[in-house]
Design a protein around this ligand. Structure first.
Ligand SMILES: C[S@@+](CC[C@H](N)C(=O)[O-])C[C@H]1O[C@@H](n2cnc3c(N)ncnc32)[C@H](O)[C@@H]1O
Length: 478
């Protein structure tokens, strides 16, 4: 081989086709769908994985794609701050697909164990496939800057010091919008005043970024937790609910026979506790007919239906949206006792006042209590959404009260700890309805610690290992 003479033009490198890496391509497609079409990662990813598996993607690649999507979405706020420090224009001027590739690269470099050189080269190859060679060069340059230091060093560089602006610091470090940090901190301070310092809020924000275990519910009368624990290696009993079983990491509920038979469902332990507490609230007089007024997709309805059946009571499960009412019907299918699923607007009741002995309204809310399950939700929500839910939440609680007989019990639940969606709603309705008595919910969640000073309860991911469910129980007295 002859060496070119000094100064001679180098021969052009033969064009090499980029290597297609199925895991990263799936991860990129999922991020695009979340970004472009407001898709939910937990819905879009399984369908993309199925498609890729049909084309030969193996389980290891599927696991990598899953980790890349959830990890990138969870720490998006932190990665955005790092990427912004590595480019010379505002982030909003970067094309969204380029930003998605950069975020995937930042995640691999700063949070996974993938060696830096492999993270950069695999992400640049991805960029060549999905963005083209020109933009891949830009990706390469930015990723090389990111790889110059580790996550801690980047955070020291891009987050304001805690002492200077605590909320902004926490927002960058724990990748939550600032207003969400602020709302969660207010609520934690209200419920856990002794554990709402810096350490407390950081534990909560960290818990939002942890992947939650998949929890099953053994619907009473149809299955029991012991049967599941025997059948599922490395599964663990629930912490608080006797019906709960936590799957081992990576466990797939779709493969569990009892889930296929609908005797067992997938349900966070916090949701199980809400249904159990409503069912356990003391009642004078008959206990025959229960209502779930906001039932879709049917998790709580299925547990309530099973408990009601054991007691000889019937359940009416009502849901406004027809497609969600169909999910409720599926969740209740095979329930051992009587039940009816109806499609109805809970604010325009399809039942006579005072019909029910127990009523649950698990109202539509911001979902700020389930951020660990829906990593993209925190970036979609806006502070205005909270006020937007308020009138409907109050109206649904008021109609639930009217639906319940005197002496009966109403449960108001949200999957949000935001004070404007929890205490403030119940306080307002109580002010306008003199015939209501607040029931202390704490004794109805036996063994569950750190429930505050009552009478309502707020669960927390970092303290209870559940979603941040809120529950108030009211008895109709007049
Ligand atoms: C938080 S979800 C309920 C979750 C359910 N309890 C479970 O555990 O599976 C709230 C539900 O209320 C429904 N909804 C919204 N507005 C409603 C209304 N006006 N009347 C009845 N249901 C409504 C939503 O469609 C949604 O399915």
């Amino acid at each position: 081989m002859t060496t070119p003479a000094p100064g001679a033009k180098r021969p052009a490198r033969p064009h090499r086709r980029p290597k297609k890496d199925p895991a990263r391509i799936v991860a990129f497609k999922a991020l695009r769908a979340v970004d472009e079409r407001d898709a939910y990662a937990n819905l879009i990813l399984p369908s993309l994985l199925r498609e890729a598996e049909q084309k030969g993607m193996d389980r290891r690649d599927a696991a990598l794609a899953t980790e890349l999507v959830y990890g990138t979405l969870r720490l998006q706020g932190t990665y955005d701050a790092v990427i912004a420090a590595c480019i010379d224009r505002p982030l909003r001027e970067v094309d969204p697909p380029v930003l998605d590739v950069l975020s995937l690269g930042a995640h691999q470099l700063l949070t996974t164990r993938i060696p830096s050189h492999a993270a950069v080269s695999a992400t640049v190859e991805l960029a060549r496939v999905v963005l083209g060679d020109g933009r891949a060069k830009f990706v390469n340059a930015v990723l090389r800057k990111i790889s110059a230091q580790d996550l801690d060093a980047w955070i020291r560089q891009v987050a304001p010091p805690y002492e200077q602006d605590a909320e902004d610091h926490l927002a960058v470090v724990h990748s939550h919008p600032r207003w969400v940090v602020s709302a969660l901190w207010d609520s934690l301070g209200r419920w856990q005043p002794d554990a709402a310092g810096r350490a407390g809020i950081e534990e909560l924000l960290r818990a939002d970024n942890d992947r939650p275990a998949v929890t099953l519910v053994a619907r009473p009368g149809r299955a029991d937790a012991a049967e599941l624990l025997d059948a599922l290696p490395e599964s663990q009993p629930g912490r608080w609910s006797p019906y709960a079983v936590r799957l081992a990491e990576g466990g797939d509920p779709g493969g569990v026979e009892a889930v296929k038979e609908n005797r067992v469902g997938v349900q966070d332990e916090g949701s199980q506790l809400v249904a159990m507490a409503l069912a356990a609230a003391p009642l004078d007089g008959p206990d025959r007919l229960w209502l779930d007024g906001c039932a879709g997709p049917g998790g709580k309805a299925a547990l309530l239906g099973a408990i009601a059946a054991e007691r000889g009571a019937a359940l009416v499960a009502s849901e406004k949206l027809p497609h969600r009412a169909r999910l409720v019907a599926r969740a209740l299918d095979g329930n051992p006792g009587p039940y009816t699923v109806i499609t109805a607007d809970g604010t325009k009741p399809a039942w006579r006042p005072g019909s029910f002995d127990r009523t649950l309204v698990d109202v539509p809310c911001s979902g700020l209590g389930a951020l660990r399950r829906r990593p993209e939700a925190r970036w979609r929500r806006r502070p205005d959404d909270i006020a937007g839910f308020g009138p409907l939440q109050r109206e649904l609680l008021r109609t639930a009260v009217q639906a319940t007989r005197i002496g009966g019990v109403v449960g108001y639940a949200t999957c949000s700890p935001h004070l404007a969606e929890t205490r403030a709603v119940v306080d307002d309705v109580l002010r306008g309805e003199p015939g209501l008595e607040w029931i202390d919910a704490r004794p109805l969640l036996p063994g569950v610690p750190a429930l505050g000073d009552g009478p309502d309860v707020q669960l927390w991911p970092h303290l209870h290992g559940t979603d941040a469910m809120y529950l108030a129980l009211l008895r109709r007295t007049a």
